[in-house]
Ligand binder design. Structure first.
Ligand code: NAP
Length: 256
């Protein structure tokens, strides 16, 4: 299936590692011009070889000013925008007991603030090209995880904003959808595993509970869903929460 993404200009936040990097790779293979935005400077040297049509932009998205500036830089470089993938995020474990009101608000800003800032500043350009937005959520926003109020609240807000923006942007035919991962093998996931005394045992326990093939989701499997939702092959799909998780969130627990 041709996704018609050739030469489309698409921003991927957190595109230097993990799920974001896989999205960059997939979109590049589809012929898109990808603007990779990340705070991980050294990663710019290890980006996909075939990304000759794309470019790396360094920004820490926790700052609104940085989001505004990076959108301006991208538009100056590429002249247009067709898509935005809000992906950067970090499970910072700010809980009720092990946290504070100030750190809770900080976590919300760090995880959800830039989804709004990026969409807000990209919007004038997206309106010109009937662009598409994909927000990366987390299954923790519908299941809870424990000891991570800030991250979970931010991911819940991201699902609500997906619905809200889908409605607000109907007049411009801009579609907005969310892709929701559960357990994906990425550097972030690896560092979470390392927080357990026996990471291998923890990985075994989690994998056992994933109904489809008892394994973690691959970043490329998330990326394929994102590419589809960005493309005009999903031209009548908007406001949707699309779980790519091997059935982890919804299938009957009795099967495990
Ligand atoms: P990852 O391996 O840590 O990669 C995320 C990338 O985003 C990193 O390069 C990171 O840079 C960058 N980043 C984070 N915050 C940023 C900011 N404020 N400004 C600029 N760049 C920033 O994470 P991942 O596992 O691929 O996760 C990607 C998304 O999927 C996140 O939204 C996460 O919540 C979601 N998710 C992941 C899983 C999973 O199982 N992996 C499950 C559910 C949801 P640094 O490394 O320098 O921080």
């Amino acid at each position: 299936m041709d996704l018609h993404l050739k030469d489309k200009v698409i921003i991927v936040t957190g595109g230097a590692r993990g799920i974001g990097k896989a999205i960059v790779q997939t979109l590049t293979e589809e012929g898109a011009r990808v603007a990779i935005v990340d705070k991980l400077v050294q990663a710019s040297k290890t980006l996909p070889d075939r990304n000759e049509k794309g470019k790396f932009f360094h920004a820490d998205l926790t700052s609104e000013a940085a989001c505004k500036e990076v959108i301006e830089d991208i538009v100056r470089e590429f002249g247009a925008l067709d898509g935005l993938v809000n992906n950067a995020g970090f499970n910072d474990s700010i809980g009720l007991e092990q946290g504070s009101p100030a750190r809770f608000i900080e976590s919300l800003t760090n995880n959800a603030g830039h989804y709004y800032y990026m969409a807000h500043y990209a919007l004038p350009q997206l309106k010109k090209r009937r662009g598409s937005i994909v927000n990366i959520g987390s299954k923790t926003s519908v299941t809870g995880q424990g000891n991570t109020s800030g991250y979970v609240a931010a991911k819940g807000a991201i699902l609500s904003l997906t619905r809200e923006w889908a409605v607000e942007l109907l007049p411009y035919a801009i579609r907005v959808n969310a892709v929701i991962p559960a357990e994906v093998a990425t550097p972030l996931y690896e560092s979470w595993l390392q927080s357990f005394t026996d990471p291998q045992e923890k990985l075994k326990q989690v994998s056992k509970k994933i109904p489809l093939e008892h394994r973690l989701t691959k970043p490329e499997e998330i990326a394929d869903a994102v590419a589809f939702l960005l493309s005009d092959r999903s031209s009548h799909t908007t406001g949707q929460w699309f779980f790519v998780d091997g059935g982890y969130t919804h299938l009957d627990r009795a099967i495990n």
